[in-house]
Write a protein that binds this ligand. Structure first.
Ligand code: ZN
Ligand code: ZN
Length: 274
């Protein structure tokens, strides 16, 4: 079977969380690296992509795709600092499809990499960058047998969930989405059905969820319910709130594992093989 693996480079949501109490689970924001055979795909470009990008450049990986769930800062903050984008022998494709209007991926990047917010404009990228727009549920064919399905999530300003199908296995990345308490979204269950792994927005817990209605996030318990309904074996709780310390997340890890044997808390450096 071909190589299909994921590595977490950043599991935080909303803002980075550098602190002595956050060294085990990490402080960087959303970024997952996928290896599908020889191909490399990033899910989101939060601050976690900065270290990942440096490593991959040192490893002579000069071609990759970036799938953005949406462009809230925590998911794009690392993009202006992604070293390979400043090298002329690098090729990258950046996908975005969450916009609720006609905004394009390229316009969005130009819009936030722009003085006075940031001194460097995207035209200073030396890499060959192809900005690709889509609208869910459009399916994306990345080539080499990698097929990406897309799903519109419930989040302020929009967000996209991804299902990456490769060599008979599937990984779902469902972050920045709010569920309706007491219900399960059948269309989302169908979207993730039978996947090997689901990474899911676990910003809150069922206990504190009520206070954050409308914030656009979900709970680990909802992630477990979705996995049960969709027969997904492994569940990765993701997008940790800045207040969650290592000890809090370790307790969550134990609590989740007791509830669902394939559950785990995402931390920087976690690698899973599909
Ligand atoms: Zn987020
Ligand atoms: Zn967001």
């Amino acid at each position: 079977m071909s190589r299909f693996e994921l590595t977490v480079w950043g599991a935080r949501g909303s803002i980075p969380a550098p602190a002595a109490a956050n060294t085990v689970y990490g402080s960087d924001t959303s970024c997952i690296e996928l290896r599908c055979g020889e191909r490399l795909i990033f899910l989101d470009a939060g601050t976690g992509i900065i270290t990942a990008g440096r490593r991959l450049y040192e490893a002579h990986v000069f071609d990759f795709d970036i799938l953005l769930t949406h462009c809230h800062f925590d998911h794009i903050m690392g993009l202006p600092f992604l070293l390979p984008l400043y090298k002329d022998h690098v090729s990258a494709r950046i996908y975005a499809g969450h916009f609720l209007d006609e905004t394009s991926c390229q316009e969005m990047v130009a819009g936030f990499m722009c003085p006075p917010y940031f001194p460097v404009k995207p035209k200073q990228f030396a890499a060959r960058i192809d900005y690709r727009d889509f609208r869910p549920p459009q399916e994306l064919d990345l080539g080499d047998g990698i097929v990406v399905k897309t799903f519109r999530l419930n989040h302020p300003n929009g967000a996209v969930g991804y299902r990456i199908d490769y060599d008979g296995r599937s990984l779902c990345y469902i972050t920045d989405t709010e569920h309706q308490p007491g219900t399960i979204d059948d269309s989302l269950v169908a979207f993730i059905a039978g996947a090997e792994v689901m990474i899911y927005d676990a910003t809150y817990t069922d206990e504190d969820f009520q206070r954050y209605a409308g914030f656009g996030h979900s709970t680990w318990q909802q992630g477990v319910r979705l996995c049960r309904a969709a027969k997904v074996d492994r569940f990765v709780a993701f997008h940790h709130d800045v207040s969650r310390t290592d000890s809090w997340l370790a307790e969550l890890d134990a609590r989740m594992a007791a509830e669902f044997s394939g559950a785990m808390v995402a931390r920087t450096g976690l690698t899973l093989f599909l």
